[in-house]
Design a protein around this ligand. Structure first.
Ligand code: GTP
Ligand code: SPV
Ligand code: MN
Length: 597
């Protein structure tokens, strides 16, 4: 099956021989990354109805795809970390013994490509050849996966040439099978550099370079190799003097990473000359540079963003990024002009449309059901983004000044606070909690612990991951280490309204964060860390929306609520037994003492 293979890499060839014999395709195609090949695949997908071509004038090169209604989000309950022992996967991951899991998966995958074509996708996470980049091969029977991977990663011959005969590459097998939710499994084998995903055709379950590799496998590699793979956006804030400082921020899925990464500064800031640059919107790979500072790259090459809520006001840069060469998944199909629509795109829903399930839909009449799925997505090339950082392709990454953690918390967490030092910052990340969203199947709006936004993405025991964070800090000169903060854009008042306008106005908070990093602004020490004096957050231009008093209310630390929260942290930490780093136990003792009555 592998005659005329475009590589001689023996580990690739033997792995492929074995997997192709298992899945048994009619045909094998190597993805070379050329536009001709991708265009032929687009045409094929359009011809079979797998994808629909959208209005060439309004949305050039854009395609629409609908997945099965049972297959619209990551399935955390069916995601497994298959380490030799259950202890290595830890209490927050689902675990299966590798031998059992391989057997189960191979039984499902056997002959599943019969009558289908096997696509071999060589891809690089990170700029090809960058010292921070890594390579993977994904074997898939889905054109949708090929076309998405060609946007989200760097694919093709150059990747194989760069790898040469090296064995440092991640094996990925995806089998669409019958998209049977009862036989759906997303399995990571960190010790084997291997991912196997069966019975799904949706985003994070099947674009194996993304969550499976760039977070689950890479977090494990990072622990062993002394670097970090994090669920973080990377943005640069350029001040009026032309200096750019970079921030990495970890928020859980559908909690605002893409929005923050591409934000438009408020008018007043724009006038002064502030600019925001996007390096990444979902994943950061971070490593100490020769000057002792931490540097981050975005391993991806596109944005797999949440569509609903994206509009010219909330995130024009994201919307503009989707206007060409983009794949839309599970949005509403506007039949009037063959374009797309989703909730909050505008106030003008189409009257002649097909909803995300494929049913006729009229936005004026069908107000009881959404046109687009709440987790519908766009896959947009990074190069489309008007505020893409000039450093996007820098193989060495960008130097990080601050780490920011945050989640959706209607109560409790203030707008922003700073940790006392690195280890306290690791504690702050470890106690993150957030209301669940539509990005994963299951109940929405339930508060759950989601340390560093990595709960569904950490490829090994979370306690060891925290220790790795502590070790990384111990290896840094405290002067050069990023400062660590927590933010909450989602605090609500008694009327269930957001207390902070969010989006572009979040720059006001980032400004305070960067000033803290430079020692240019004072702060008050509280039970949970350093908080801003309300006067130090710039609210000029927010008249009517935010006042000093409302700001004080979002910057309030309610010790009784924190005492309650500490009980939840105790319970969560207890799951890790003796593996919990002592440093974190001590930090929790301090929080409890600080909040005592
Ligand atoms: P993933 O791609 O799943 O990792 O999500 P993400 O973290 O990139 O989330 P995204 O930026 O797509 O935001 C998801 C939703 O959060 C948006 O549709 C907005 O409704 C909402 N959101 C984002 N930023 C803000 C904010 O500053 N304030 C408020 N109130 N809502 C926000
Ligand atoms: C997330 O859920 O955090 C995403 C989308 O970024 S997915 O690729 O499905 O994981
Ligand atoms: Mn994400």
């Amino acid at each position: 099956m592998l005659n005329n293979a475009p590589t001689k890499n023996p580990t690739i060839l033997s792995w492929l021989e074995e997997k192709l014999a298992l899945v048994n395709p009619d045909k094998v195609v190597w993805i070379d990354g050329s536009e001709e090949q991708l265009e032929a695949l687009r045409q094929e997908a359009i011809a079979t109805g797998e994808m629909e071509k959208l209005n060439e004038e309004k949305l050039p090169g854009c395609l629409l795809h609908r997945t099965k209604p049972n297959d619209v989000a990551r399935v955390e309950a069916r995601t497994f970390i298959c380490t030799p022992t259950e202890e290595e996967a830890g209490p927050t991951n689902h675990w299966m013994a590798p031998a059992d899991c391989y057997k189960m998966l191979y039984d499902i995958a056997r002959d599943s490509y019969k009558g289908r074509t096997a696509y071999i996708i060589p891809y690089s996470m990170g700029p090809i050849g960058s010292p921070l980049a890594k390579i993977g091969i994904e074997l898939t029977d889905s054109i949708y996966v090929v076309l998405n991977m060609a946007i989200m990663t760097r694919v093709g011959q150059k990747v194989l040439d760069t790898l040469g005969d090296d064995n440092d590459w991640v094996r990925g097998l995806h089998c669409k099978c019958d998209v049977d939710p009862e036989k759906r499994y997303i399995c990571q084998f960190p010790q084997d550099n291997t991912i196997i995903s069966v019975n799904s055709a949706y985003g994070g379950n099947v674009l194996l370079g993304k969550k499976c590799f760039a977070l689950r496998i890479a977090s494990y590699q990072g622990k062993n190799e002394g670097w970090q793979a994090e669920h973080m956006l990377i943005l640069g804030v350029e001040n009026p003097q032309g200096e750019t400082k970079y921030i990495c921020a970890a928020f859980p899925s559908a909690c605002g990473k893409t929005n923050l990464a591409m934000m438009i500064p408020p008018e007043g800031y724009k006038k002064k000359g502030y600019k925001v640059w996007t390096v990444g919107d979902d994943i950061a790979w971070i490593r100490k540079g020769p000057d002792g500072r931490l540097y981050a790259i975005n391993p991806e090459n596109g944005f797999f963003g949440v569509a609903p809520g994206t509009n010219m006001k909330s995130n024009p840069n994201a919307l503009i990024s989707t206007q060409k060469g983009t794949i839309f998944t599970n949005v509403c199909h506007n039949l009037d002009d063959n374009t797309v629509w989703w909730e909050k795109l505008d106030n003008n829903p189409p009257e002649h449309a097909i909803d995300w399930t494929g049913k006729p839909w009229n936005g004026k009449v069908d107000t009881d059901r959404p046109g687009a799925h709440p987790n519908s997505r766009f896959t947009a090339p990074a190069k489309n983004c008007p505020c893409l950082s000039p450093e996007f392709e820098n193989p060495n990454g960008v130097p990080i000044s601050a780490f920011v953690f945050g989640g959706r918390r209607a109560k409790l967490a203030p707008l922003v606070y700073q940790s006392r030092d690195w280890n306290h910052g690791v504690f702050v990340g470890s106690i993150m909690a957030s209301e669940t969203t539509a990005a994963a199947t299951g109940a929405v709006g339930v508060v759950r612990r989601d340390p560093m936004a990595m709960l569904p993405f950490c490829g090994y025991n979370m306690a060891d991951y925290w220790q790795h964070w502590i070790d990384i800090g111990a290896g840094l000169d405290p002067e050069k280490a990023p400062k660590i903060f927590n933010v909450n854009w989602f605090r609500k008042n008694e009327n269930d309204e957001f207390m902070w306008p969010g989006y572009g106005d979040n720059l006001r908070v980032l400004e305070w964060i960067l000033k803290r990093c430079e020692g240019k602004v004072d702060a008050r020490e509280t039970a949970i860390g350093y908080l801003p004096y309300a006067e130090d957050i710039n609210i000029e231009g927010l008249e009517g929306e935010v006042t000093l008093d409302s700001l004080r209310a979002i910057l309030d630390v309610d010790k009784a609520l924190w005492r309650e929260d500490a009980k939840g942290i105790e319970e969560f930490y207890a799951k890790f037994g003796d593996r919990l780093p002592k440093v974190l136990r001590e930090e929790l003792d301090i929080l409890e003492a600080n909040c005592a009555e």
